[in-house]
Design a protein around this ligand. Sequence first.
Ligand SMILES: *Cc1c(COP(=O)(O)O)cnc(C)c1O
Length: 482
Amino acid sequence: MSSVKFWSGEQVPMEMHKVRMVQRVNLKPIEERQAAMEEAGFNTFLLRNRDVFLDMLTDSGVNAMSENQYAAMMQADDSYAGSETYYRLEAALEDMFAMPYFLPTHQGRACEHIIAKTLVKPGSTALMNYHFTTTKAHISICGGELEELVSAAGREITSDLPFKGNFDLDKLNESITRLGAQNVSFVRIEAGTNLIGGQPVSMANMRAVSKICRTAGIPVVYDASLLADNLYFIATREEEYIGKDLKDITREIASMMDVVYFSARKLGAARGGGILVQNEDMFLKMRELIPLYEGFLTYGGMSVREMEALTVGLYETLDIDVISQTPLFVKALCEELLGRGVPVVTPAGGLGCHVDAGGFCAHIPQEEYPAGALAAAAFIVSGVRGMERGTLSEQRQADGSETFAEMELLRLAVPKRVYTLSQVKYVADRLAWLHENRHLIGGLKFVEEPSVLRFFFGRLAPIGDWPTKLTEAFRRDFGDSL
Ligand SMILES: *Cc1c(COP(=O)(O)O)cnc(C)c1O
């Protein structure tokens, strides 16, 4: 396991890899960072990478690839149909998940598109532990509703429960009874529940959910995008599975599901996606949509090079030394922040550190987007780009009113094997300073607001001149340091 005990007794995450290729990053002066944030409409999605020091926006498509992944890319078999590359990928997936049918797609949300089009009827309801932004959008576009049934602990910022992503099984039974099984389009289990802080689901909970669904005749869909983190937590936190072979665990999970889909931008550290299906009829229905929206069946919108990298990356997901790096760094970042009084989601999950923007910016009302304001302020004081995961990431109600998020979070993703521990310490230091000076952060308002997935392209402006005051305070405390 990539964590070692120091002589002092301290347990320190240890990189079980060495760096053999590097990318230069820029740490620009704060005045330039403030200008860049203004130019980006106070939306971290609209920043240019040249202005960013540490890019912690997401773990999507930005994980470090291994030498074996790069080497595999060179043997990619370029052909529109029947590429050997496709068959290598299919064989790896079969080996890992032991599910009979596979459909390739260009990324995770494309799987959601195909699944929603196949399973969601207008007026039906999809049940899930928690939604992901693109999942919700695809279900809504198909005329479906959704209900979130995550355990009560999953909705709390702080907890010491190891599996906060678990379903509340009583609620699941209640929803099925109330709606009628025939009106439930599917039950979706999201591994490493993204929007509530990368919180895992236990094997015991998945088994129970699957049993309930199979009894009721409802398809179970597993979003395996964040499977790597969830596997790590199962193999380190769930008694029955501690130290167990990760492939065996993965196969056991898949055996409980009717559909497994994933974003290969996360799982397998490449770029693409895929859907695995147990049932032939369902597979045939979904298959029709692949050439229409994705590409021919032996590439589905992925480049053959990415498919080769994915094949190798999937196997690397089954190596505990590989998959433990992110959760251990997330834990280190969370502990450093907590130690300095910054509120974060606990226990530390996978994917990234989730700062409690609601607590951090308690003086900013939800309609002024505290998590968005914190993301902008954090970038200005550090050059670190995080992602708003709060009200800004929600969709307005039909009457135009805001949907207030249950949690206002700033997510600082920790891409796999990309950053070092000193960079993690830098993030914690600047955020601790910002927390000390949090009264200087003000709210945001929309200047341009798209109607769908507004967080991607929306442009905002600060309410008042707080960014300048923040920059001035930083200069007073840090002198001419960047
Ligand atoms: C990223 C993600 C998706 C969507 O995948 P993309 O490849 O970005 O389209 C779906 N579900 C979860 C849990 C994710 O984290």
